[in-house]
Write a protein that binds this ligand. Sequence first.
Ligand code: HEC
Ligand code: HEC
Length: 436
Amino acid sequence: MKQRSGFTVPEGSSPHAPRPRVATAAGQLIGRLTCLTCPGSLRLGVRRLLIHCWIPLIALLPVLGAASLQAAPEVSAPALAQEAQQIADCRARIAVSAPSIDQACLRRIYSLPISAWPAPHISEGAIWSELAPLPAKPPEPADNPGTPRKIALGRKLFEDPRLSASGQIACASCHDRQLGWGDGRSVPFGHDRKPGMRNAMSVAMSAYASPLFWDGRAATLEEQALHPIEDMREMAFTLKQLERRLDRSDDYPAEFARVFGDRRITSQRIGQALAAFQRTLVPRFNRFDRFLEGRRDLLSDRQLWGLHLFRTHAGCMNCHSGAALTDNGFHNLGLHFYGRAREDLGRYNVTGDPADVGRFRTPSLRNVRNTGPWMHTGGFMDLRGVVNLYNVGMPRPTPRAGQEDDPLFPKTDPLLQPLDLHRTELEAITEFLQTL
Ligand code: HEC
Ligand code: HEC
């Protein structure tokens, strides 16, 4: 088991973390005692007290020192040992898979710092990193900083149907803000209403995806942006024609000059602006981030149970881990239709490696409630259906007659095994997914 250094933000160091309130016994004592010696100080805060009443305060310092020492709450060794025992009991009680769970214990354990949560169940060979809030800004390449003007140009290009041969289809036709930055369909339709081959993935978390696409055929967001323009099922244009069209337009040459310093419109610059815009789409600091940062009351009992199962018995963190909830790896979930009409060999089409037949990229699960229908096929209309299929270990197609010696026959990832979870547990996982 390897731990990858993900986008981990140390607990408590985030700009979003609430400032702790310091109300010590000593502070209260200073307040009370100084009231006696300094008339009118009753309603003053400690800071103002120090300004207005410093003479009596100095006189009282030795007394206060002794008093505050005594006022410090004492935790006896037996009490500490008792608490440790209770926590250990709780850990044992929530460690088993059952139709219900001791909610008080679950809450107690998950109010501890993340490092003290039950360790995720990780199988041999899996690459994972601990769950963490999303950083304030996603990573961006040094040669394409997202300046406000470039982002604005990227948004305009993203929404502009002039990027397609027909002048009818924009990136936003298939990546719609109101549909979780996908298109809400199993597969999209593009040029001449041709149906696409795979589900239009949400681009909200693409800043964290590398490589991109279900099969990882684009290395960077900059490079990816140019693929749909030339894809015959999508925008069916050529980059040369697009450059010429934008060059002759009334608006773009001046806008490119403002962003890049001169009026030259190149496909590389188009890709840079589109990428810079898409990096701004990462969902804002949401409920799950605030939960991870310490607001442990933000998940309901069932959602918390779902999180616990996601980490442990359901084994989801073998592939969905870290701040973005993905290992950015490729896995075979048995959804390739090998040898059938709808066959899709996935990663194999890019690498030519027989081990990659039927493998697809692990998508981020952030915002997953808004990005359905799910999977590269777009064949799952509700999240509960996805969770049910994980519970039975995903499809494991076996070779049919004549396929026994086929070296390309795909094998479902051994990280996926039947989970045998209870109905209530599957419901809890589904509810947890809604919080991401
Ligand atoms: C006709 C629909 C359609 C149009 C138009 C379209 N896309 Fe897509 N987009 C898709 C589909 C389908 C996929 C997944 C394809 C695959 O993986 O093989 C995808 C994947 C992506 C991804 C990869 C996401 C990831 O996390 O890996 C990005 C980014 C993206 N599109 C951006 C764009 C941009 C930018 C444009 C405009 C230049 C655009 N798309 C136009 C349908 C479309
Ligand atoms: C072996 C790695 C692996 C494990 C373990 C795993 N996933 Fe996935 N997950 C993937 C891959 C790969 C995909 C995309 C597969 C495809 O489309 O063919 C995916 C897709 C999904 C999707 C659909 C996302 C979308 O945008 O379409 C959901 C939801 C999901 N997984 C939830 C879970 C849950 C819940 C668990 C635990 C029960 C889990 N996953 C365990 C690798 C994994």
